[in-house]
Design a protein. Structure first.
Length: 162
């Protein structure tokens, strides 16, 4: 997905191109820059969150198709960052991309626990950034076993109550 010459802005722009969102939510300087270019080209709606207190306007007035988060989580207490990502996900944002530097409070498992996948490591002026993404379409795949046909005693379904 990324090449050694990719910048964080290029990667976020590529995510927008692939996602083709109708509404975009952004938080952080790089995310706002990329969203501004997209808004001029696509003439679509862009919502922004303040990086100092992004949870102040939750739930968002409209569900975004895509949320871009940059230069935000490293400035928030861990619980506030978890709240931000969790609320974006839980309120229906279909795709989320978060660019984060290495942070002592955050571990890989924290992002995995929220349903994110690690996609890339990028070099920026401020150091190495990791791209984590969440996609509702691929987050919870259908499981063949999760239906009444594969439960214990399927022939008794709806016949006996104990």
């Amino acid at each position: 997905m990324t090449t050694p010459t990719d910048t964080p802005a290029k990667v976020l722009a590529r995510i927008i191109d692939i996602s083709q969102p109708e509404t975009l939510l952004c938080c952080g300087e790089t995310a706002k820059e990329v969203a501004g270019v997209w808004k001029q080209q696509a003439d679509q709606q862009v919502m922004t969150l303040d990086t100092t207190d992004p949870n102040a306007h939750m739930p968002p007035t409209q569900v975004a198709d895509l949320a871009l988060i940059s230069e935000t989580l490293e400035h928030l207490p861990f619980n506030e960052g978890i709240l931000l990502l969790g609320q974006l996900r839980n309120y229906g944002t279909a795709r989320i991309a978060a660019l984060v530097p290495e942070m002592p409070d955050w571990r890989f498992t924290d992002f995995i626990g929220l349903g994110f996948q690690r996609h890339a490591e990028l070099e920026s002026d401020s150091g190495t950034l990791t791209l984590y993404t969440y996609n509702l379409d691929t987050y919870n795949h259908k499981r063949a076993w999760n239906n009444p046909d594969n439960w214990a005693n399927p022939h008794m379904w709806g016949k006996s109550w104990w």
